[in-house]
Write a protein that binds this ligand. Structure first.
Ligand code: 1HA
Length: 270
Protein backbone atom coordinates (compact mmCIF):
# COMPACT_ATOMS: atom_id res chain seq x y z
CA UNK A 1 0.00 0.00 0.00
CA UNK A 2 1.18 3.45 -0.87
CA UNK A 3 0.75 5.12 2.54
CA UNK A 4 1.46 8.82 2.43
CA UNK A 5 2.34 10.74 5.58
CA UNK A 6 -0.42 13.05 6.79
CA UNK A 7 1.61 14.73 9.50
CA UNK A 8 5.00 14.18 11.13
CA UNK A 9 5.16 13.45 14.85
CA UNK A 10 7.78 12.39 17.38
CA UNK A 11 6.14 9.28 18.87
CA UNK A 12 3.58 8.16 16.27
CA UNK A 13 3.21 7.71 12.54
CA UNK A 14 0.11 9.06 10.81
CA UNK A 15 -0.54 8.11 7.21
CA UNK A 16 -3.25 7.88 4.56
CA UNK A 17 -4.22 5.51 1.79
CA UNK A 18 -7.46 5.66 -0.24
CA UNK A 19 -9.77 6.97 2.50
CA UNK A 20 -8.03 5.04 5.29
CA UNK A 21 -6.01 6.74 8.01
CA UNK A 22 -3.40 4.68 9.85
CA UNK A 23 -2.28 5.84 13.27
CA UNK A 24 0.68 3.85 14.52
CA UNK A 25 2.49 4.13 17.85
CA UNK A 26 6.19 4.33 17.09
CA UNK A 27 8.16 3.49 20.23
CA UNK A 28 9.04 -0.15 19.44
CA UNK A 29 12.04 -0.10 21.82
CA UNK A 30 9.52 0.19 24.67
CA UNK A 31 6.93 -2.13 23.15
CA UNK A 32 5.06 1.04 22.13
CA UNK A 33 4.41 2.18 25.68
CA UNK A 34 2.88 5.64 25.70
CA UNK A 35 4.15 8.73 27.50
CA UNK A 36 2.03 11.92 27.73
CA UNK A 37 3.61 13.20 24.48
CA UNK A 38 2.58 10.00 22.67
CA UNK A 39 -1.00 10.37 23.84
CA UNK A 40 -1.04 14.08 22.96
CA UNK A 41 -0.02 13.16 19.42
CA UNK A 42 -2.59 10.34 19.22
CA UNK A 43 -5.29 12.80 20.32
CA UNK A 44 -4.12 15.31 17.71
CA UNK A 45 -4.24 12.66 14.96
CA UNK A 46 -7.65 11.43 16.09
CA UNK A 47 -8.94 15.01 16.03
CA UNK A 48 -7.61 15.38 12.49
CA UNK A 49 -9.43 12.17 11.51
CA UNK A 50 -12.68 13.52 12.88
CA UNK A 51 -12.44 16.79 10.95
CA UNK A 52 -11.12 15.44 7.63
CA UNK A 53 -13.96 14.17 5.46
CA UNK A 54 -11.56 12.35 3.14
CA UNK A 55 -10.82 10.00 6.04
CA UNK A 56 -13.52 7.31 6.14
CA UNK A 57 -12.07 4.66 8.46
CA UNK A 58 -9.19 4.57 10.92
CA UNK A 59 -6.63 1.92 11.77
CA UNK A 60 -4.92 2.05 15.17
CA UNK A 61 -1.76 -0.03 15.36
CA UNK A 62 1.84 -0.18 16.58
CA UNK A 63 5.19 -0.23 14.77
CA UNK A 64 7.58 -3.14 14.81
CA UNK A 65 5.41 -6.26 14.80
CA UNK A 66 6.25 -7.09 18.44
CA UNK A 67 3.74 -4.86 20.23
CA UNK A 68 0.53 -2.97 19.64
CA UNK A 69 1.03 -1.05 22.88
CA UNK A 70 2.29 -1.99 26.36
CA UNK A 71 0.38 0.76 28.16
CA UNK A 72 1.69 3.72 30.08
CA UNK A 73 5.46 4.20 30.03
CA UNK A 74 6.39 3.11 33.55
CA UNK A 75 9.68 4.98 33.39
CA UNK A 76 7.88 8.35 33.37
CA UNK A 77 5.24 7.38 35.90
CA UNK A 78 5.35 9.70 38.89
CA UNK A 79 3.31 11.24 41.65
CA UNK A 80 -0.26 11.36 40.24
CA UNK A 81 0.25 10.24 36.68
CA UNK A 82 2.61 10.00 33.73
CA UNK A 83 4.95 12.97 33.67
CA UNK A 84 5.97 14.80 30.52
CA UNK A 85 8.46 17.56 29.75
CA UNK A 86 6.13 20.10 31.36
CA UNK A 87 6.49 18.17 34.67
CA UNK A 88 2.69 17.78 34.88
CA UNK A 89 1.36 14.31 35.81
CA UNK A 90 -1.31 13.20 33.34
CA UNK A 91 -3.73 10.33 32.64
CA UNK A 92 -4.55 11.79 29.23
CA UNK A 93 -5.06 8.37 27.62
CA UNK A 94 -8.57 8.52 29.12
CA UNK A 95 -9.35 11.43 26.77
CA UNK A 96 -8.04 9.40 23.84
CA UNK A 97 -10.30 6.46 24.80
CA UNK A 98 -13.35 8.73 24.72
CA UNK A 99 -12.33 10.12 21.32
CA UNK A 100 -11.95 6.66 19.80
CA UNK A 101 -15.36 5.78 21.16
CA UNK A 102 -17.19 8.87 19.97
CA UNK A 103 -15.57 9.58 16.60
CA UNK A 104 -18.33 8.88 14.04
CA UNK A 105 -16.10 6.64 11.95
CA UNK A 106 -15.11 3.01 12.45
CA UNK A 107 -11.78 2.51 14.25
CA UNK A 108 -10.11 -0.88 13.75
CA UNK A 109 -7.26 -2.02 16.00
CA UNK A 110 -4.60 -4.07 14.22
CA UNK A 111 -2.77 -5.92 16.99
CA UNK A 112 0.59 -7.59 16.51
CA UNK A 113 2.38 -8.72 19.66
CA UNK A 114 1.58 -7.24 23.05
CA UNK A 115 -1.63 -5.37 23.82
CA UNK A 116 -1.03 -5.00 27.54
CA UNK A 117 -2.24 -2.74 30.36
CA UNK A 118 -3.41 0.64 29.09
CA UNK A 119 -2.46 -0.64 25.62
CA UNK A 120 -4.97 -3.43 26.00
CA UNK A 121 -7.69 -0.95 26.90
CA UNK A 122 -6.91 0.99 23.71
CA UNK A 123 -7.77 -2.01 21.53
CA UNK A 124 -10.82 -2.73 23.72
CA UNK A 125 -12.32 0.70 22.96
CA UNK A 126 -11.77 0.33 19.20
CA UNK A 127 -14.82 -0.81 17.23
CA UNK A 128 -13.19 -3.99 16.01
CA UNK A 129 -9.87 -5.78 16.53
CA UNK A 130 -7.88 -7.90 14.11
CA UNK A 131 -5.11 -9.85 15.82
CA UNK A 132 -1.96 -11.33 14.37
CA UNK A 133 -1.15 -14.86 15.48
CA UNK A 134 1.63 -13.51 17.74
CA UNK A 135 -0.74 -11.21 19.65
CA UNK A 136 -0.80 -11.33 23.46
CA UNK A 137 -3.54 -9.68 25.46
CA UNK A 138 -3.81 -8.81 29.13
CA UNK A 139 -4.03 -6.32 31.95
CA UNK A 140 -1.24 -5.71 34.49
CA UNK A 141 -2.72 -3.02 36.75
CA UNK A 142 -2.82 -4.92 40.06
CA UNK A 143 0.80 -6.05 39.43
CA UNK A 144 2.23 -2.61 38.72
CA UNK A 145 -0.01 -0.50 40.93
CA UNK A 146 -2.71 0.73 38.58
CA UNK A 147 -6.20 0.00 37.35
CA UNK A 148 -8.62 1.26 34.72
CA UNK A 149 -12.08 1.15 36.24
CA UNK A 150 -13.65 2.98 33.29
CA UNK A 151 -13.98 1.44 29.85
CA UNK A 152 -11.13 -0.88 30.85
CA UNK A 153 -13.40 -2.58 33.37
CA UNK A 154 -17.03 -2.06 32.45
CA UNK A 155 -16.73 -2.12 28.67
CA UNK A 156 -14.33 -5.06 28.83
CA UNK A 157 -16.94 -6.89 30.91
CA UNK A 158 -19.59 -6.11 28.28
CA UNK A 159 -17.35 -7.74 25.70
CA UNK A 160 -16.10 -10.86 27.48
CA UNK A 161 -18.58 -11.13 30.37
CA UNK A 162 -18.18 -10.38 34.06
CA UNK A 163 -16.41 -13.60 35.09
CA UNK A 164 -13.79 -13.39 32.34
CA UNK A 165 -13.21 -9.64 32.84
CA UNK A 166 -12.64 -10.18 36.55
CA UNK A 167 -10.25 -13.04 35.77
CA UNK A 168 -8.33 -10.82 33.33
CA UNK A 169 -7.87 -8.10 35.95
CA UNK A 170 -7.50 -10.21 39.10
CA UNK A 171 -4.96 -12.73 37.71
CA UNK A 172 -3.09 -10.50 35.20
CA UNK A 173 -2.41 -13.42 32.87
CA UNK A 174 -1.68 -13.15 29.16
CA UNK A 175 -3.99 -14.58 26.52
CA UNK A 176 -2.96 -15.54 23.01
CA UNK A 177 -4.81 -14.63 19.84
CA UNK A 178 -6.88 -17.83 19.72
CA UNK A 179 -7.96 -17.46 23.35
CA UNK A 180 -8.88 -13.84 22.64
CA UNK A 181 -10.92 -14.93 19.64
CA UNK A 182 -12.72 -17.54 21.71
CA UNK A 183 -13.76 -15.02 24.34
CA UNK A 184 -14.97 -12.50 21.76
CA UNK A 185 -12.18 -10.06 22.63
CA UNK A 186 -11.04 -9.89 19.00
CA UNK A 187 -12.90 -10.28 15.72
CA UNK A 188 -10.40 -12.19 13.62
CA UNK A 189 -6.96 -13.79 13.78
CA UNK A 190 -4.56 -13.75 10.83
CA UNK A 191 -0.89 -14.56 10.25
CA UNK A 192 1.39 -11.63 11.18
CA UNK A 193 2.39 -11.00 7.57
CA UNK A 194 -1.29 -10.72 6.59
CA UNK A 195 -2.27 -8.30 9.39
CA UNK A 196 -2.18 -5.10 7.36
CA UNK A 197 -3.79 -6.70 4.31
CA UNK A 198 -6.65 -8.16 6.38
CA UNK A 199 -7.18 -4.86 8.21
CA UNK A 200 -7.23 -2.81 5.02
CA UNK A 201 -9.67 -5.32 3.49
CA UNK A 202 -12.08 -4.80 6.40
CA UNK A 203 -11.66 -1.04 6.11
CA UNK A 204 -12.55 -1.26 2.43
CA UNK A 205 -15.67 -3.28 3.25
CA UNK A 206 -16.80 -0.62 5.71
CA UNK A 207 -16.03 2.06 3.10
CA UNK A 208 -18.61 0.49 0.77
CA UNK A 209 -21.36 1.10 3.33
CA UNK A 210 -23.56 4.12 3.89
CA UNK A 211 -21.51 6.47 6.10
CA UNK A 212 -24.60 7.87 7.84
CA UNK A 213 -25.83 4.38 8.56
CA UNK A 214 -22.44 3.44 10.06
CA UNK A 215 -22.41 6.69 12.03
CA UNK A 216 -25.89 6.05 13.46
CA UNK A 217 -24.97 2.46 14.34
CA UNK A 218 -21.76 3.39 16.15
CA UNK A 219 -23.59 5.95 18.28
CA UNK A 220 -26.44 3.48 18.82
CA UNK A 221 -24.07 0.84 20.17
CA UNK A 222 -22.54 3.46 22.46
CA UNK A 223 -25.91 4.88 23.56
CA UNK A 224 -26.96 1.70 25.31
CA UNK A 225 -23.81 1.69 27.43
CA UNK A 226 -22.72 5.30 27.87
CA UNK A 227 -25.66 6.80 29.75
CA UNK A 228 -26.43 10.45 29.08
CA UNK A 229 -23.19 10.93 27.12
CA UNK A 230 -24.16 8.01 24.87
CA UNK A 231 -27.65 9.36 24.35
CA UNK A 232 -26.19 12.79 23.62
CA UNK A 233 -24.14 11.31 20.77
CA UNK A 234 -27.06 9.43 19.27
CA UNK A 235 -29.33 12.47 19.70
CA UNK A 236 -26.69 14.69 18.09
CA UNK A 237 -26.87 12.49 15.03
CA UNK A 238 -30.68 12.68 15.10
CA UNK A 239 -30.36 16.49 15.13
CA UNK A 240 -27.93 16.34 12.22
CA UNK A 241 -30.42 14.27 10.21
CA UNK A 242 -33.31 16.57 11.21
CA UNK A 243 -31.35 19.62 10.01
CA UNK A 244 -31.28 17.99 6.58
CA UNK A 245 -35.09 18.07 6.32
CA UNK A 246 -37.27 20.80 4.77
CA UNK A 247 -39.32 20.77 7.96
CA UNK A 248 -36.36 21.92 10.07
CA UNK A 249 -35.36 24.42 7.38
CA UNK A 250 -38.88 25.93 7.51
CA UNK A 251 -38.20 26.60 11.20
CA UNK A 252 -35.12 28.76 10.76
CA UNK A 253 -36.24 30.24 7.42
CA UNK A 254 -39.46 31.55 9.00
CA UNK A 255 -37.44 33.05 11.83
CA UNK A 256 -35.09 34.83 9.43
CA UNK A 257 -38.04 35.98 7.27
CA UNK A 258 -39.86 37.27 10.39
CA UNK A 259 -43.01 35.26 9.68
CA UNK A 260 -44.90 32.49 11.43
CA UNK A 261 -43.57 29.00 10.56
CA UNK A 262 -45.89 26.81 8.50
CA UNK A 263 -45.23 23.19 9.38
CA UNK A 264 -48.60 22.00 8.02
CA UNK A 265 -47.26 20.80 4.68
CA UNK A 266 -44.81 18.28 6.11
CA UNK A 267 -45.64 14.58 6.23
CA UNK A 268 -46.73 12.95 9.46
CA UNK A 269 -45.70 9.32 9.60
CA UNK A 270 -47.70 6.69 11.50
O1 1HA B 1 -3.51 1.43 33.99
C1 1HA B 1 -3.27 2.57 33.29
C2 1HA B 1 -4.13 3.65 33.43
C3 1HA B 1 -5.26 3.60 34.27
C4 1HA B 1 -6.06 4.70 34.38
C5 1HA B 1 -5.78 5.86 33.68
C6 1HA B 1 -4.68 5.91 32.85
C7 1HA B 1 -3.86 4.82 32.71
C8 1HA B 1 -2.74 4.85 31.88
C9 1HA B 1 -1.93 3.75 31.74
C10 1HA B 1 -2.17 2.61 32.47
C11 1HA B 1 -1.25 1.44 32.29
O2 1HA B 1 -0.89 1.19 31.20
S1 1HA B 1 -0.75 0.51 33.65
C12 1HA B 1 0.08 -0.83 32.86
C13 1HA B 1 1.45 -0.46 32.34
N1 1HA B 1 2.03 -1.48 31.53
C14 1HA B 1 2.58 -2.60 32.00
O3 1HA B 1 2.55 -2.90 33.18
C15 1HA B 1 3.28 -3.51 31.02
C16 1HA B 1 4.78 -3.49 31.28
N2 1HA B 1 5.48 -4.36 30.35
C17 1HA B 1 5.52 -5.69 30.49
O4 1HA B 1 4.91 -6.28 31.37
C18 1HA B 1 6.38 -6.44 29.55
O5 1HA B 1 7.30 -5.52 28.95
C19 1HA B 1 5.62 -7.14 28.42
C20 1HA B 1 4.76 -8.26 29.01
C21 1HA B 1 4.70 -6.20 27.63
C22 1HA B 1 6.63 -7.73 27.43
O6 1HA B 1 7.57 -8.54 28.10
P1 1HA B 1 8.93 -8.94 27.36
O7 1HA B 1 8.66 -9.56 26.04
O8 1HA B 1 9.72 -9.75 28.38
O9 1HA B 1 9.69 -7.56 27.03
P2 1HA B 1 10.48 -6.62 28.03
O10 1HA B 1 11.93 -6.98 28.07
O11 1HA B 1 9.80 -6.52 29.35
O12 1HA B 1 10.27 -5.20 27.30
C23 1HA B 1 11.12 -4.75 26.24
C24 1HA B 1 11.56 -3.34 26.60
O13 1HA B 1 10.41 -2.49 26.63
C25 1HA B 1 12.16 -3.27 27.98
O14 1HA B 1 13.15 -2.25 27.94
P3 1HA B 1 14.72 -2.61 28.10
O15 1HA B 1 14.83 -3.39 29.36
O16 1HA B 1 15.03 -3.42 26.88
O17 1HA B 1 15.38 -1.27 28.11
C26 1HA B 1 10.99 -2.83 28.83
O18 1HA B 1 11.41 -2.16 30.00
C27 1HA B 1 10.31 -1.88 27.90
N3 1HA B 1 8.89 -1.73 28.24
C28 1HA B 1 7.89 -2.60 27.99
N4 1HA B 1 6.73 -2.15 28.46
C29 1HA B 1 6.99 -0.96 29.03
C30 1HA B 1 8.37 -0.70 28.88
N5 1HA B 1 8.92 0.42 29.36
C31 1HA B 1 8.12 1.29 29.97
N6 1HA B 1 6.80 1.11 30.13
C32 1HA B 1 6.18 0.00 29.68
N7 1HA B 1 4.84 -0.14 29.83
Amino acid sequence: YNWTTIKEYEDIKFSFYEGIAKISINRPEKHNAFRPQTVKELIDAMHYCREESAIEVIILTGEGGKAFCSGGDQSVRGHGGYIGEDHVPRLNVLDLQKMIRSIPKVVIAAVAGYAIGGGHVLHVVCDMTIAAENAKFGQTGPKVGSFDGGFGASYLARIVGQKKAREIWFLCEQYDAQEALQMGLVNKVVPLEKLEEATVAWCQKVQQMSPLSIRMLKSSFNAELDGQAGIQELAGNATLLYYLTDEAKEGFNSFLEKRKPDFSKFPKFP
